[in-house]
Design a protein around this ligand. Sequence first.
Ligand SMILES: Nc1nc2c(c(=O)[nH]1)N[C@H]1C(S)=C(S)[C@@H](COP(=O)(O)OP(=O)(O)OC[C@H]3O[C@@H](n4cnc5c(=O)[nH]c(N)nc54)[C@H](O)[C@@H]3O)O[C@H]1N2
Ligand SMILES: Nc1nc2c(c(=O)[nH]1)N[C@H]1C(S)=C(S)[C@@H](COP(=O)(O)OP(=O)(O)OC[C@H]3O[C@@H](n4cnc5c(=O)[nH]c(N)nc54)[C@H](O)[C@@H]3O)O[C@H]1N2
Ligand code: SF4
Ligand SMILES: [Mo]
Length: 725
Amino acid sequence: MTTTGTATETTTETHCPYCALQCGMRLRVPVDGGVPEVSGREEFPVNRGALCGKGQNAAAVLAPGARLTEPLVRDAAGALRPATWDEALDRVAAAFRDTAAEHGRAAVGVFGGGGLTNEKAYLLGKFARVALRTPAIDYNGRFCMSSAAAASRAAFGLDRGLPFPLADIPRTGCVLLVGSNPADTMPPAVRYLRELRENGGTLIVIDPRRTRTAELADLHLQPLPGTDLALALGLLHLVIAGGHVDKDFVAERTHGFDAARAAAMAHWPERVEALTGVSVSQLREATDLFTAPEHAMVLTARGPEQQSKGTATVGAWIDLCLATGRAGRPYSGYGCLTGQGNGQGGREHGQKADQLPGYRSLTDPADRAAVAAVWGVAPEELPGAGTSAYELLDRAGRPDGVRSLLVMGSNPVVSAPDAGHVTERLRALDHLVVCDVVLSETARLADVVLPVAQWAEETGTLTNLEGRVLLRRAALDPPAGVRTDLHVLHALAARLGHPGGFPEDPEEVFAELRRATEGAPADYAGISYARLAAGEALHWPCPAPAHPGTPRLFLDRFAHPDGRARFAAPSHRPAAEEPDAAYPLRLTTGRTVHHYQSGAQTRRVPALTTADPGPYVEIHPHLAASLGATEGAPLTVTSRRGTVTAPTRLSTAIRPDTVFMPFHWPGAGRANTLTNPALDPVSRMPEFKVCAVRVEAAAPAPEDGTRDRVRDLAPNGAPRPEAAR
Ligand SMILES: Nc1nc2c(c(=O)[nH]1)N[C@H]1C(S)=C(S)[C@@H](COP(=O)(O)OP(=O)(O)OC[C@H]3O[C@@H](n4cnc5c(=O)[nH]c(N)nc54)[C@H](O)[C@@H]3O)O[C@H]1N2
Ligand SMILES: Nc1nc2c(c(=O)[nH]1)N[C@H]1C(S)=C(S)[C@@H](COP(=O)(O)OP(=O)(O)OC[C@H]3O[C@@H](n4cnc5c(=O)[nH]c(N)nc54)[C@H](O)[C@@H]3O)O[C@H]1N2
Ligand code: SF4
Ligand SMILES: [Mo]
């Protein structure tokens, strides 16, 4: 079923614009053009009708007053002014040509996003490699899931967020949830955890804060931020010492256990207690809960992953699964809860600096040849691998970096680590081009802003956290003056000498994506719009039109050539920045239930800004008392990278030696002014989850522009004068 209509409205079955759950939604659009009405779809198995507040209010950003409706170009005086599409696109093409001519093709870069559909992610990667012929492309998924992806690839030979459907969770015996707060970040998924407990299973939550998710748990471990690696090794130590190793599984289906055992034996419980702050008795309790049932799962999210040792940390949690035989079996295994709407598919199809569509590798000759054949170019014409997202931004405007940058689907001025520095680098570019729905903080710095259509206005596929491919259908037309991302790529490619090869029609792009991924690890060859529209649940790999898809991976073999999983066997190491006399506390960062990411979209939704109007610093009352801080009074937080000011939020849920800030706001309360861009050596993931800070009670801040809301835009979506660079 697709779209049905009456005389007064049409109804379309589609999906939410935001997170990786991709809740099924029904959109009722009044024929006379009023605001569409959103409701959850009971028959969609992932959310079964439930939506969180962000989803319920998603239609607010469709209103012309909340968004951009015409291209903007920067004029000679430095202000953004409206322009025609031809003028804006001509200017972008000329800028890219000039930069390439003067500084070489690698000086033109692309920065994508995990919210883009598979079609957009695919065409953006092709645009970089074929139309721009640059290696300089990466995307915000590097800030999101790259550590879990790297660890899964190393362990299992393949990376798919969850190797099983969410519906398996209530059927396992124990879930160990590490650094994940679905009560705020994926509310409809909490039902699976409740059902687990109703069925007699147990839930262990590992988080430095007693979150609403931790409240649901049988056991909450509250470690110091940045110490999950030691914690995992401590549990593995107790598993081995307690005789809980599944020797048959280890012998038949894995490699490398001896090294993992040696690493674990060096992390005895008392040492782990000293490193993590989690008591030996709690470590024992967790080990007992995890090993007692026949089946168990470890699920990680950004807590343990967004660390400068995120890959090793996830590797240690996977080792715990492998040692106990909890992988590659029904109702058991390791999974990563991906984040963005297309956090999964967005990393499969070629926006990542080192990857081609279908998870093919840019450094593998056979992979290069396969994709080059689909693209109609010679393999040697494809550029090599580029640098990671933070490195790309860090070098922007420098002799060894990009001079012109196209940003599509990210707002790094708010969301990148050490965001003050990143903002300076973006300002140093010769040309910044931003394709966005709204005038984001990054778009405000651009030389050209291209206003694009959004979720409900265009059709495309997304791949949710289970590897389930979904058809998100257009429900209404975009406002006049707005075009699609696919159109932008098509029109720019044509201006850069590629009149063919960049279709604007999503189904045509998907047909090409199917061919480009045929035989690849993430094989979409058997998936079609027709099958998805007919309601088939298709998880990749799906290599042929008659193939039913693969909801559960690894049941017979892991994806390494010999079919065996690999132990990672890491050892603990400290965070890149540990507290000292000058910066005595740890800062960790994350999310609140009402806002999404950089807030570019949700800060424009009145219901959400009313519920959560601005940034804050969450601190324990004991710490607050020692600082003389009171609820609501401003606090300054200083790291080696900068200082922010935001109101105090007292909470006994957080460790007294740690403070927490959500990262959804720009301006004086921007959490990423503080964060440490120390990178994981394997995944190049920055350390968002721990840095050293000093906290002081502050004098009240002046009106600081931290609330970038609808009122910052003129009714037509154009910037008010203060937006000039
Ligand atoms: N409301 C809302 N929902 C979202 C998003 C959003 O912005 N807002 N974004 C979506 C995206 S892209 C993502 S990636 C997901 C993220 O989803 P989550 O990973 O659930 O979200 P976070 O708040 O980043 O981090 C989760 C928890 O990690 C804890 N944590 C902090 N430091 C550490 C540590 O060192 N170790 C451990 N074990 N835990 C730690 C934090 O206290 C926090 O409760 O959410 C998705 N859903
Ligand atoms: N301190 C700290 N920082 C973090 C994190 C953290 O936990 N702590 N988490 C990190 C994580 S996990 C993530 S995923 C990143 C996310 O951070 P960002 O990459 O900034 O993500 P969004 O805010 O979703 O930005 C998406 C932008 O694209 C626009 N957009 C939406 N849909 C489309 C579309 O279809 N086409 C185009 N062209 N534009 C579109 C939106 O309006 C918005 O401006 O933040 C990271 N930053
Ligand atoms: S949980 Fe995620 S997908 Fe579901 S309604 Fe909320 S934001 Fe949308
Ligand atoms: Mo994310």
